[in-house]
Design a protein around this ligand. Structure first.
Ligand code: TYM
Length: 332
């Protein structure tokens, strides 16, 4: 008997070196889900064009991110790992879906509001319809589950709305996806402002820990991490967001609950907690740093993996694209 695995799809932008927020909120789950789900994971390079950066920087980021996803444990034998622009169906699907997405819906997207405030000189149409490309990514693979951090929930909800609208008009073309957000790690907070999420595009490097940070850099950033003046280590995200963030990170590295982490540090001060988080993060990230360096040392092999990934992804995406075209009345 053949048991079909449910499919999961997710993506990450090559907009800088990913942070431990990306890792604990998303990447780690992609890796852990590989046996249970047929995983399709994507470096969403076309999404990254919504913010200006040099071609050299973008090309470097795409390769780095692909190598990183291999290094954290995405296994091309169990999952499909590819670069978005290598599969033209994404751009085609986006156009078709844009005709079923309302202007008012896009205006309500919080990420559009945030990003247009951050980059007032470049509020381009791509930024505005960014969620339609994201919906295309997800719907092209009949994904049941979309493992993401909390900040992407609204984008999966709009994807469902678009899919439901098309299905209501033309019959069951699309699978409706569900967001999968981890209860701890779904929102890792900025080290300098623990009321905001940790963000790889933050202008202050001290606000985030990158996956390529050395032990010394991790230690230095954690030393400066904002806590509070109370002095006691307790897990209380509402009143003690900085300390709770550190306890959350520690518990994720060690595979224990936040309550267990709290028990370990309840007798000590913030300094001891920060030293232990440094230790735990370095132990988690050191093997990743080494593996990334190995993958980047063999670019022809990395490019071959990208090609194979794109072929696998295209075969599936083209089927769903053709299905939609036929449903809409576009001729084969
Ligand atoms: P991106 O590149 O900003 O982030 C990639 C993933 O990391 C999660 N994440 C976090 N999780 C916890 N704490 C944080 N501080 C944190 N920061 C980021 C994000 O929620 C995300 O899951 N639009 C998406 C990329 C995308 C996508 C898709 C995702 C394009 N198409 C289709 C899912 C499905 C983005 O910009 O993610």
């Amino acid at each position: 008997m053949i048991i079909m695995r449910r499919r999961s799809f997710s993506g990450i932008q090559p907009s800088g070196i990913p942070t431990i927020g990306n890792y604990f909120g998303a990447l780690r789950h992609w890796v852990n889900m590989q046996d249970e789900y047929d995983g399709v994971y994507c470096v969403v390079d076309m999404h990254a064009l919504t913010i200006r950066r040099s071609p050299q920087e973008l090309a470097g980021n795409i390769r780095y991110l692909y190598a990183l996803l291999r290094a954290v444990g995405i296994d091309p034998d169990r999952s499909t790992l590819f670069v978005q622009s290598h599969v033209p169906a994404h751009a085609q699907m986006m156009w078709l879906l844009s005709c079923y997405t309302m202007y008012g819906e896009m205006l309500r997207m919080t990420q559009f509001k945030d990003k247009s405030k951050k980059h007032p000189d470049n509020v381009n149409t791509g930024l505005f319809i960014y969620p339609v490309l994201q919906a295309a990514d997800i719907l092209l693979y009949d994904a049941h589950a979309v493992p993401i951090g909390a900040d992407q929930k609204q984008h999966v909800e709009i994807t469902r709305d678009i899919a439901e609208r098309v299905n209501a008009l033309y019959g069951p073309v699309f699978t409706l996806p569900e967001p999968l957000i981890p209860p701890v790690g779904g929102k890792i907070l900025s080290l300098l402002d623990p009321t905001r999420k940790m963000d790889k595009s933050d202008p202050l490097p001290g606000a985030y820990i990158s996956l390529d940070d050395s032990r010394a850099a991790i230690a230095q950033k954690l030393k400066r991490a904002v806590t509070d003046s109370e002095g006691s280590v307790r897990y209380d995200p509402e009143h003690k967001p900085g300390v709770s963030n550190l306890l959350g990170i520690y518990s994720l590295c060690e595979g224990i609950t936040t309550r267990e982490a709290e028990g370990i540090f309840s007798q000590g001060g913030y300094g001891a907690l920060k030293d232990a988080v440094t230790e735990a993060l370095d132990a988690t990230l050191a093997p990743v740093r080494e593996k990334v360096a190995c993958y980047l040392a063999d670019l022809p092999q990395l490019d071959a993996l990208m090609r194979e990934g794109a072929e696998k992804a295209s075969a599936y995406a083209d089927t769903v694209l053709r299905k939609l075209c036929a449903a809409l009345g576009l001729l084969p």
